[in-house]
Write a protein that binds this ligand. Structure first.
Ligand code: ZN
Length: 77
């Protein structure tokens, strides 16, 4: 059986489905609960960015993911 370990919280996912039960972002595997928290964390930042820019967004995601991996979680407010 295929398993994936979330790079942030270290949970093991069985038979993961990309884009549904896990997300591949910034060359990392992220489980759905962590992905939700990340969205929650970056949404207020994304909202202030005008005009929206994908390069900037990618950098923001990468930065948030790397910080979360160091802490073992996303700081969802
Ligand atoms: Zn996780």
């Amino acid at each position: 059986m295929k398993t994936i370990t979330c790079d942030v919280c270290q949970s093991i996912l069985h038979s993961p489905v990309s884009g549904r039960s896990y997300f591949h972002l910034a060359h990392r595997d992220i489980c759905e609960p962590c992905h939700d928290k990340m969205q929650f964390q970056i949404k207020p930042v994304v909202r202030t960015k005008m005009p929206f820019n994908y390069k900037w967004y990618d950098a923001l995601v990468r930065d948030s993911v790397e910080k979360a991996i160091q802490k073992g979680k996303f700081d969802a407010k």
